[in-house]
Design a protein around this ligand. Sequence first.
Ligand SMILES: [Zn+2]
Length: 312
Amino acid sequence: MSLFADPRPLFQKALAERYAMGAFNISNMEMIQAIVEGAESLGSPVFLQVSFGAKKYAGLDYLVALAEVAQKNTSVPVVLHLDHGANFDVCKQCIDAGFSSVMIDGSALSYPENVALTQEVVAYAHKYNVAVEAELGQLKGVEDDVSSEESYFTDPHQALDFVQKTGCDSLAISIGTSHGAYKFSGESSLDFTRLKEIKDLIDYWNKVPFPLVLHGSSSVPKEWVSLAEKYGAQLGNARGVSEDLLSKASKLGIAKINIDTDLRLAFTGTLRQFLRENPPIFDPRKYLGESKKNMKIMVEHKIKLFGSQNKG
Ligand SMILES: [Zn+2]
């Protein structure tokens, strides 16, 4: 039995009340504190998610232990989620370690292989009452070990067939977002017609609203890019998804929105500024404390944008 929140009832409430929950990537104590303190201050449920890269960096046992302390010290629901599980073994490892949610990402496989792999993970996860997110369609960009040159959008009829065959609890779809800080060369756009088709088809069959997930949804805010660049970062033409589009998606059946890049930007921009402006300071608590403060502000900003404040 996981100590963390089961995302399924949280999804149902989010879909009924038309908001989305932020899923934020973690790789150290400061990030976990910033995210959970931000969620706590606004009374919002929150996902802490662990990528393969984070697991490699910090070690799974460290991240689980830190997240457990965070959940024990807050009144809001915290979901501990595996981001982009690449195979059955890593999903099993996280389920056994106490996660309440895992993602199996078979989106790079052939359709039948993706179905088979997802079925295998769902069978194991559901035995332990752990929820499973799967993915259909492909996002462009780079995220830790996940990278793709090409993107293809999720086919609505295939999405229905996939959910029917696999029994997954939520589905990450591709409708125009992409991983990383360099998402668009021009204006960002999302395929809302496709989102509606996917949602209508699955909901009609499922009888209750089915949660859809957006990956690669950082907005790469100009003011944060400028701050980081003012203090030496070189980010070129980094560009993300417009916040208006995300706010709209959060009311149309997207129940979970993944954010990693924007937290990194807030953390790194602040760190660069602080170190440049305070040359005598070499106490890590001072500069990490500043970064944490601004990362928390970024988390609160996302929670308000997605509409999940006072829903915890
Ligand atoms: Zn992703």
